[in-house]
Design a protein around this ligand. Structure first.
Ligand code: URA
Length: 185
């Protein structure tokens, strides 16, 4: 199975009710051999329209901060825990996360990233959990670096949160700078 074939499978998915309200499923974009993977929560309105992750305001902020530390979007892989937009951008339900998790697992195993940045609480909880680490709170876990087997997991505030609370921009910058250092190693 190639990453492309998996992305096609995701585009046609009907495993949960979000398939009935989405315009486009959003499998993920970027380098299929990326060593750095960024994982968000779920697509928003613009992502749903374009079928690409992080292309709205939060995505532009993320791209800007990545560019500041010398990382281009095309060299990383960007995806979400849930591949279809929840109506009104509500938080995805646990059942939707469960239905979608096999896709994320398969993406991780096909791409084989060395570092994963978990953007917000849903990916932090989900992905840390996949690696046997119990999520406590964003306040406590953000910016910490978790080494599990041969991967590095880094919870980070979600760029959408920084649109409402500009103080978080610097926290995201700080976390992604740390990620940049690990990435260049
Ligand atoms: N927020 C996310 O979590 N993912 C996107 O793709 C866009 C906004």
């Amino acid at each position: 199975m190639t990453l492309e074939a998996l992305e096609e499978e995701i585009r046609a998915c009907t495993n949960c009710p979000l398939c009935r309200t989405r315009k486009n499923a959003v499998p993920g974009t970027g380098n299929p051999h990326a060593t750095l993977m960024l994982i968000g929560e779920a697509p928003g309105r613009q992502e749903d329209e374009r079928g690409e992750p992080f292309v709205g305001r939060a995505g532009r902020l993320l791209s800007e901060i990545l560019a500041e530390i010398g990382i281009g979007r095309d060299e990383v892989y960007i995806t979400n825990v849930v591949k279809c937009r929840p109506p009104g951008n509500r938080t995805p339900r646990a059942s939707e996360v469960r239905a979608c998790m096999p896709y994320l697992r398969r993406q991780i195993s096909l791409i084989g990233p060395r570092i994963m940045v978990l953007l917000g609480m849903v990916p932090a909880k989900t992905v840390l959990g996949m690696y046997g680490i119990r999520f406590t709170s964003m306040g406590e876990m953000v910016g910490k670096v978790f080494h599990v087997d041969d991967v590095i997991l880094v919870p980070c505030y979600h760029p959408a949160a920084a649109l409402y609370n500009p103080r978080l921009v610097d926290r995201i910058r700080e976390t992604l700078r740390k990620v940049g250092e690990l990435y260049q190693k």
